[in-house]
Unconditional design. Structure first.
Length: 95
């Protein structure tokens, strides 16, 4: 899993029929302070995430393990919205 920030969406009017109704999000990797890095992923949203939220992204075959993405041609999925993380006893609010 990777930690990321939802920074945009992808609109695709023509796509595989199994993806119809799926929301595609652009998620940029973030560091532990929530600062955006250059690496990004397009992921199917399985949890109702919105732009600006910090999320967890699963990739590879694990991306097809959610109820939203099961048996679909998906390589990345937003599978959690992060509220806080704790590093070395310090709680960080990811907003």
């Amino acid at each position: 899993m990777t930690l990321g920030k939802v920074t945009g969406t992808v609109v695709a009017t023509q796509k595989d029929e199994k993806l119809v109704g799926s929301k595609l999000m652009i998620v940029q990797d973030v560091d532990l302070e929530g600062e955006v890095e250059k690496q990004y992923t397009v992921a199917v949203d399985a949890v109702g995430a919105g732009i600006g939220e910090i999320v967890l992204v699963a990739t590879g075959s694990s991306a097809r393990q959610t109820s939203i993405t099961s048996n679909k041609p998906v390589d990345a999925v937003v599978m959690a919205i992060v509220d806080t993380i704790e590093v070395s006893g310090e709680v960080r609010y990811m907003k």
